[in-house]
Design a binder for this molecule. Structure first.
Ligand code: PLP
Length: 410
């Protein structure tokens, strides 16, 4: 008889996006003449930069010729891409990392999900709340989360670190000592960030606890303020305690193309039960070579083109478009009297709901009364209750119209 991994039974079904889709479909069926504006999606909408598309076409041509055909590539990624990442994302910011500390992948979802493979099941995990749900779910699958408590909306073995308006979205150091700490900045869903001194506190704390920080900076391209670090390695000592995840998804519109990378410094160690230190870079390399055969040559050529002069120009134009949407939403909501967070260094606008309104109640009201779709904050964790997420990934006309509707809303 085949036994299953029963940890999967501890997962909570994610009804968030399917419930949203059902509610919107029902509304549209009942109100066919009303235009619904969707500002809930976390996916990009602008087409890929031409330069990346051209590079992928040329790469496809390479595969059609005997002399330039490519079969299996290096599991860690081609050096033509890793060297660009090294130069443009790190050296240009004064960060000294080696090329073999970079592992190219098919995206940050897989990396942030798969990384749990190299850590003991006994580790205590701390996760900011609310946050991107993949961290909780992958720790649940691998048996670190424990049982789910329906009343609190929390897993018993996870250390939840609240990030709310009360603490100005700065996660406080937990009282219980964690082994693995997830930080995601700019944050999904709150759009908030940590400055250098705030992040330094976490680096020092991780060192003190001999813990590791898993730093997800999928949205770093949206940072506009100078005092906000783009990489955790801008912080002194971070190479001893942090793994960093990056993605071309939001930076370059690669959500459908699929490419990202993870940086694991060689001096970063984990420990055996006997206290022997083991290189995490080596463990991840071993895992990667066993379970992954690399990102396609075509995709990596497309990602390489992101770093060309023309590529940079094109992707920045798209990012600026989304940033302008974020600015329009922020201004519109503030003029309508709402308290909002995020939006300045992220494509997400986090709305604090007035009068203790619940996230789902606001969702229904917004859809029924002004036909705008957003995402209920509670879908990102119990700390998101009473909040609502709007995204800057829609088109300009819809974004402007949505703000006009909200401003005229009684
Ligand atoms: N990390 C965060 C915080 C995200 O919000 C997302 C996607 O929404 C991802 C990672 C996934 O990125 P990718 O498309 O590279 O898998």
């Amino acid at each position: 008889m085949i036994n299953i991994n029963e940890n999967f039974l501890d997962l909570q079904d994610s009804y968030l996006f399917s419930t949203i889709a059902k509610k919107v479909a029902k509304f549209q069926e009942e109100n066919p003449n009303k235009k619904v504006i969707k500002l809930g999606i976390g996916d990009v909408t602008l087409p890929l930069a031409k330069n990346c598309v051209e590079a992928m076409k040329l790469a496809a041509e390479d595969l059609s010729r005997k002399e330039t055909f490519m079969g299996y590539g290096p599991e860690q990624g081609y050096d033509f891409l890793r060297s660009k990442i090294l130069e443009y994302d790190y050296k240009s910011r004064g960060i000294d990392i080696d090329i073999d500390e970079i592992f190219v992948s098919d995206g940050a979802k897989c990396d942030t999900g798969n990384i749990v493979d190299i850590f003991s099941k006994d580790n205590r995990v701390a996760i900011t709340d609310p946050v991107y749900p993949v961290y909780i779910d992958t720790n649940t699958m691998s048996g670190r989360a424990g049982k789910y408590n329906e009343l609190t909306g929390k897993y018993e073995n996870i250390i939840y670190i609240p990030c709310t308006a009360e603490n100005n979205f700065e996660p406080e150091l937990p009282t219980e000592k964690p082994d693995i700490i997830y930080l995601c900045f700019p944050n999904n869903p709150t759009g908030t960030v940590l400055d250098r001194s705030q992040l330094k506190k976490w680096v020092d704390y991780a060192k003190e606890c001999k813990a590791i920080i898993l730093y997800d900076s999928a949205y770093e391209a949206f940072i506009t303020e100078d005092n906000i670090p783009h990489s955790i390695y801008e912080i002194e000592g971070a190479k001893d305690v942090a793994i960093e995840f990056r993605s071309f998804s939001k930076t370059a519109g690669f959500t459908g193309v699929r490419c990202g990378y993870v940086v694991i410094p060689k001096r970063l160690n984990g420990y055996t039960k006997n206290g022997e230190s083991i290189s995490l870079n080596k463990l991840w390399n071993r895992r990667t070579c066993t379970k992954f055969n690399g990102v396609s040559y075509i995709t990596q050529k497309g990602a390489e083109a992101v770093y060309s002069e023309e590529g940079q120009k094109q992707i920045n134009k798209n990012i600026d478009y989304y940033k302008e949407n974020a600015r329009i939403i922020k201004k519109g909501l503030e003029e309508a009297g709402y308290t909002i967070f995020g939006a300045v260094n992220a494509p997400y606008i986090w709305l604090k709901l007035p009068d203790n309104v619940k996230s789902w109640d606001f969702f229904d009201k917004l859809l029924n009364e002004v036909q705008i779709v957003g995402t209920p904050g509670v879908g990102f964790g119990p700390g998101g209750e009473g909040y609502f997420r709007l995204t800057a990934f829609g088109n300009r006309e819809d974004t402007i119209e949505a703000m006009n509707r909200i401003k005229n809303w009684q």
